[in-house]
Each structure stands twice: as C-alpha cells, then as structure tokens.
Design a protein around this ligand. Structure first.
Ligand code: ZN
Length: 271
C-alpha cells in the first residue's frame, strides 16, 4: 500500500510502519479537514513511532494545516498509542470513548454526537463489538472511518472477554444502515466498490462461523482448542490466538442464547 494517499478532498490516509499478521499492512491514520481551513483532525494516530510522526507531519504540511484534535476509534495500542503524545505535541484535544485513551484532560465522546471540527461535520457512530469502546466516524461524503470494526482484507476479530458478538453484529447492521459511500478501515485498503456488500459478507461470515462451531460441537469437539482445530483448520496458525478470541465470543453468544452449555471442565456441549 502507498504510504500517503489523498482519498477525497477532505481525507488523507497515512500508513504507519507497523505491519503484522494482525495489523495487515500497518495502521491507517487519517487526516480529515476541509481544504483551505488550515486545520485537520487526526483519526487513529497509531503507534508512537518517529517515522510515522514525520510522515504525518509531512502530510500536514502538504495540506497546509495544523492538527486541532486527535480522535481514536478504540483503545488498542496500534490505534491509540500516539494519542496523548501527539495531542501534547500538536496542542490538540484528544477525544475517545475511553478515559484510558482520552487521558485526564481529554474529551470523552458520546454515541450519536456530532462534531464540528476542521471545517467538517463528523458523526460519532457507536460500533461496540471488536472492543466495548469502539467508535466509527461518519464523514460528510458518506464515507465511514471504521477502525477495526471492518478491515480492508479478511475479517475482524471480536476480542474476548471484552468484545461482544451480539453488539458486534448490531454494529455491523448500524453501519450498513448508514448506507456508507466507502469504508476507510483501520488496516488494509479502503473499501470503495460496494461497502454494504462487504458488511453483508461480514454478517454472513459470522453466521457461517457460528454454524461451523455448532457442527464441531455436534462432532464431539468440546474445548476451544478442539473447536479451533476443526473450524480454523485452513487458517494460518499465527492467527489462531485471534481466532480463539472470536470463538470464545461466539460461545458466549450461544451460551446466552441457551444453545450451548458450558461444562465444568472448560468445555462446551450443545444444549
Ligand atoms: Zn488495529
């Protein structure tokens, strides 16, 4: 992926140099602002990395803008680590749903809030599921900055125990309902072709994994490791710790629905 790209007049993406199995090409940091306003908002500063900072500062110079606020989609370090240091460096407000990210002097964002910053209107869209504090930001163009709710390739992880699959599915439907013109993801390329089809795929993918999990239990698998060996047999091993989290989140959903029952020995059986 190209490191710095202008996606639309109001949005520049800067890719951080932190690629991995979980972060794909690295974390996408977004600069959002009306051209000529002299201001931008940074969404998901990413890792506190000198090379990344200088790439972002170069993008600020190219836009002839200063950073007036740092918004963060969720507390994971690959999105939030630079929030406080960059907020201090730029003299910008740090804003997030979680006090751990916003810091003692930052601003706590609320679901449904409408932000007017850097000459643009940003709608704060609650998207819990990947984590409890997860937010997305809808732009005037109809594009949605989705953080880790949806990735540019593959699928996202519902973390466990913090994540919540029921909330995650509701969040997918919420973003779907916005009829987004594009999804600008926390990792991987932007999804501009048919964003609602991607959201439909995500919903179908979760339903498919749930069916596979139920079939694995019916086949005699009981523990998370046994379920992984069946359901994620085709997925590289390095992604199994993440798959285990999504599996636990699915088991929690099915347990709440009384479709599976936990056993005293850490395993699960069909109810
Ligand atoms: Zn991430």
């Amino acid at each position: 992926m190209t490191r710095t790209v202008q996606l639309e007049p109001q949005v520049t993406r800067v890719l951080a140099p932190n690629p991995s199995g979980m972060t794909l090409d690295g974390t996408n940091t977004y600069l959002v602002g009306e051209p000529g306003s002299g201001e931008v908002v940074i969404v998901d500063p990413g890792p506190d990395d000198a090379r990344h900072l200088s790439a972002v500062e170069e993008a600020l110079r190219a836009r002839d803008a200063r950073c007036v606020a740092v918004l963060v989609t969720h507390f994971h370090g690959d999105h939030a680590e630079a929030a406080e240091p960059w907020g201090t460096r730029f003299g910008a407000t740090v804003a997030a749903a979680d006090r751990r990210v916003a810091g003692p002097h930052g601003r706590l964002l609320e679901a449904g809030e409408r932000l007017r910053m850097a000459g643009v209107v940003l709608d704060v869209v609650p998207t819990p599921g990947h984590t409890a504090d997860h937010l997305a930001f809808r732009l005037p163009s109809g594009a949605v900055l989705v953080g880790d709710h949806v990735l540019g390739r593959g699928t996202s992880v519902v973390t466990s125990p913090e994540g919540d699959l029921v909330a995650y599915l509701a969040s997918l439907r919420r973003v779907h309902g916005l009829g987004p013109s594009a999804l600008y993801c926390g990792h991987g390329p932007e999804l501009t072709q048919d964003p609602t089809a991607v959201l439909d795929f995500y919903l179908a993918h979760r339903a498919w994994r749930e069916e596979q999990l139920l079939a694995a239990l019916a086949g005699g698998a009981a523990t998370v490791d046994e379920i992984l060996a069946v359901v994620y047999a085709a997925v590289p091993r390095e992604l199994w710790p993440a798959a285990a989290q999504s599996t636990r989140a699915t088991l929690a959903k099915l347990t709440a629905e009384e479709r599976v029952r936990p056993r005293p020995d850490d395993g699960f059986v069909l109810a």
